[in-house]
Design a protein around this ligand. Structure first.
Ligand SMILES: [Zn+2]
Length: 310
């Protein structure tokens, strides 16, 4: 184990900053909306999970890569596509993208190369904003902004066999469309990360299931099937995921969670945390080896959707 703790950016001075190795300093930042997660989890659910993943990832990397310096930036409590429910504080994607691009620019101008985002929020415009900032930072400054959750989220949605085998979880309990928000997966994660913040006896919280598709959701789903049939497998699947989100939040009186909190367990949360850590470490190692490690976001092919206001 290395003895040096993770540095905090806001405690640095120009002299301390000057001493950091440009090629092997990794900056980290938690980026998340403040968002309603049912009645049983707090607004900061994604933040608590992201902090826990970050701490575990840094411990793993400190052992594997003792030459790497880690510097944490203050949390950015900014996230797009927070659940449109009273209590959520959503930030439009253009603003999020602008802040992240400018942070990358500021770090790149000092000669640094890496900023890793820790995140547990699956909003489509949220991921598109982050990946657009990452694309620009890579193109302009060869700077890598990496959000491993973009990769993990896609794996949850498409039932990626590797993720399911890593966690031992099945569809409808792995954070997919049927378990998308504050359901089994996120409640399990909170049981593992900070059980004192699971605020109700979740066995008494009834399950919320995806609604039947109608209206705009049905049209988007149909478009997704068409794109799939024309060979655009990934974008088609992404559109069908979007259709599910539209159907859920478009219902009158929708519940602020999706899935079955009653089926959550600390063990499932630990298993999912382990997968987050493994996938994140792998991506960061890839970036450190000089390869482009930026994951592809859901709806990346339709990236302009991030400009549609919330
Ligand atoms: Zn969440």
């Amino acid at each position: 184990m290395r003895s040096m703790a993770v540095l905090e950016y806001i405690r640095l001075t120009p002299e301390l900053l000057q001493g950091l190795p440009r090629d092997s300093t990794v900056f980290t930042i938690v980026v998340s909306p403040i968002e309603v997660h049912g009645q049983h989890l707090p607004f900061g659910t994604d933040i608590y999970i992201a902090e826990a993943v970050r701490d575990r990832v840094l411990s793993a990397l400190e052992e594997n890569r003792p030459e790497v310096c880690f510097v944490s930036l203050p949390h950015l409590y900014c996230g797009s596509d927070a659940l449109p429910y009273p209590g959520s504080l959503s930030v439009n994607a253009t603003a999020l993208e602008g802040v992240l691009t400018d942070y990358c620019k500021g770090l790149a101008k000092q000669g640094f190369k890496y900023l890793v985002v820790f995140d547990n929020h699956g909003g489509p415009r949220h991921h598109l904003a982050i990946s657009s900032a990452a694309r620009r930072a890579w193109r302009k400054w060869r700077f890598q902004l990496i959000d491993p959750f973009i990769d993990i989220y896609r794996r949850m949605i498409v039932h990626d066999p590797e993720l399911l085998s890593m966690t031992g979880l099945r569809p409808a309990e792995c954070g997919d469309d049927a378990d998308n928000h504050a359901g089994t997966n996120e409640t399990s994660l909170m049981m593992a990360v900070c059980p004192e913040l699971v605020l109700r006896d979740v066995r008494e919280v009834k399950a919320a299931h995806p609604p039947k598709l109608s209206g705009a959701a049905k049209i988007v789903d149909g478009l997704g099937r068409l794109v799939e049939a024309l060979g655009g497998k990934r974008t088609g699947a992404d559109l069908r995921h979007l259709a599910q989100a539209i159907a859920w939040t478009g219902q009158d009186g929708f519940l602020p969670y999706m899935g079955a909190p009653a089926l959550a367990s600390k063990e499932a949360g630990e298993a999912m945390l382990g997968a987050h850590v493994k996938i994140s470490v792998r991506l960061i190692e890839k970036a450190l080896s000089g390869e482009d490690a930026r994951p592809v976001a859901i709806l990346e092919a339709l990236s302009l959707l991030r400009r549609v206001p919330e």
